[in-house]
Design a protein around this ligand. Structure first.
Ligand SMILES: Nc1ncnc2c1ncn2[C@@H]1O[C@H](COP(=O)(O)OS(=O)(=O)O)[C@@H](OP(=O)(O)O)[C@H]1O
Length: 267
C-alpha cells in the first residue's frame, strides 16, 4: 500500500472562490478581511480575467495567482465580473464548483460612491444630480448612466443563477460589513468551509476613518485601515434627487430581494 504524501510545495492554482462584485460595495474590504485567514491566499490586484483577459487562457490566469499549499483557498476579486455577460459561462467552464461571493449595498449610496470616485479623478464633472436625473427640477432617473445602472442588482444575479445554484453564491451586505464585520465574516468563513479564525478581535472601529480597520499581527498591535480611496467623503445630494432615486430603485430592489431570498431593507 502506498500512502499519498501531502503536497508541501506551494503551487499556483486556479481560484476556488471569486469575489465577483459589486463595484463600490465593499469588495476590497471583504478581500482584505479574508486575507487575515491563514488558509486563504488571494491575488493582490484585480485580475480582470473573465472580462478583459479571457483570451490569454487559463494558464495565464493561474500564473497570476499566489502559490498555495494543499488545503489553502485561492481567491481573487474583480467587481466587473458581476456585470460581464459572458462571465458566468466562463467561470463555470473554469470550475463548476467554484464559490462566488458578491457584496451589495444600498444602490443609491453605491451610485454616489461610484460618482465620487469619478469626480475625484475629474473635478470638472457636473453635479451628481445633473447626471443621475433628467432636467430639473429633477425629473426621471437616467437609468443608462452606469453609476445608476449598476445598482439594478436583479438582472446580473439572474444571469449568474442561470449557471450556478443559489447555494453557491454568498450575498454579503456591504452595510453589515461596516457595522458588524466580524458577524459578516463568520458567514463568509462558514460558506468557504474555513475554520472560524477571523473574529471581532481582528477589528476595531477607527473614528477618524469612520470605518472598521484591522489588527493584523499576532499580537494584534499593528492597526491597518484601507487606503484613502476607500471611505471617501460623499458630496451633499439634494434630498429631492435622493427620493427620486429611491423611488426608482424600489421595484428593482424588491425583485432582487425575491431572487436572493434576502430583504436588505434599503429604503
Ligand atoms: N473597512 C472599510 N474601510 C473602508 N471602506 C470600506 C470598509 N468597509 C466597506 N467599505 C466601503 O467600500 C467602498 C469601496 O468599495 P469597493 O472596495 O468594492 O470599491 S471598488 O469597486 O473596488 O473600487 C467604500 O466606498 P466609499 O465610502 O464611497 O469610498 C466604503 O464605503
Amino acid at each position: 500500500m502506498t500512502l499519498r504524501k501531502p503536497n508541501l510545495v506551494p503551487t499556483k492554482r486556479l481560484p476556488d472562490a471569486l469575489i465577483i462584485g459589486v463595484k463600490k460595495c465593499g469588495t476590497r474590504a471583504l478581500l482584505e478581511f479574508l486575507r487575515l485567514h491563514p488558509d486563504v491566499r488571494a491575488a493582490g490586484s484585480e485580475v480582470h480575467f473573465f472580462d478583459k483577459f479571457y483570451h490569454k487562457g487559463f494558464e495565464w490566469y493561474r500564473n497570476r495567482m499566489p502559490p498555495t499549499l494543499e488545503g489553502q483557498i485561492t481567491m481573487e476579486k474583480t467587481p466587473s465580473y458581476w456585470v460581464t455577460r459572458s462571465a458566468p459561462k466562463r467561470v463555470f467552464a473554469m470550475n463548476p464548483a467554484v464559490k462566488l461571493l458578491a457584496v451589495v449595498r444600498d444602490p443609491v449610496t453605491r451610485a454616489i460612491s461610484d460618482y465620487t470616485q469619478s469626480a475625484s479623478k475629474r473635478p470638472s464633472l457636473p453635479r451628481f444630480e445633473e447626471l443621475a436625473l433628467m432636467d430639473s427640477p429633477w425629473g426621471s432617473v437616467v437609468d443608462t448612466w452606469p453609476p445608476v445602472r449598476l445598482g439594478i442588482y436583479a438582472r446580473p444575479l439572474r444571469r449568474w443563477l442561470r449557471r450556478f445554484p443559489r447555494s453557491r453564491i454568498l450575498i454579503i451586505s456591504g452595510e453589515r460589513l461596516v457595522v458588524d464585520p466580524a458577524a459578516e465574516m463568520t458567514r463568509v468563513q462558514e460558506f468557504l468551509n474555513l475554520k472560524p479564525v477571523i473574529t471581532e478581535k481582528h477589528f476595531y472601529f477607527n473614528s477618524t476613518k469612520g470605518f472598521p480597520c484591522l489588527l493584523k499581527s499576532e499580537s494584534r498591535s499593528t492597526p491597518h485601515c484601507l487606503g484613502k480611496t476607500k471611505g471617501r467623503n460623499h458630496p451633499y445630494i439634494d434630498p429631492v434627487a435622493l427620493e427620486r432615486l429611491r423611488e426608482f430603485y424600489r421595484p428593482h430592489n424588491e425583485r432582487f430581494y425575491e431572487l436572493s431570498g434576502i430583504n436588505f431593507g434599503w429604503q
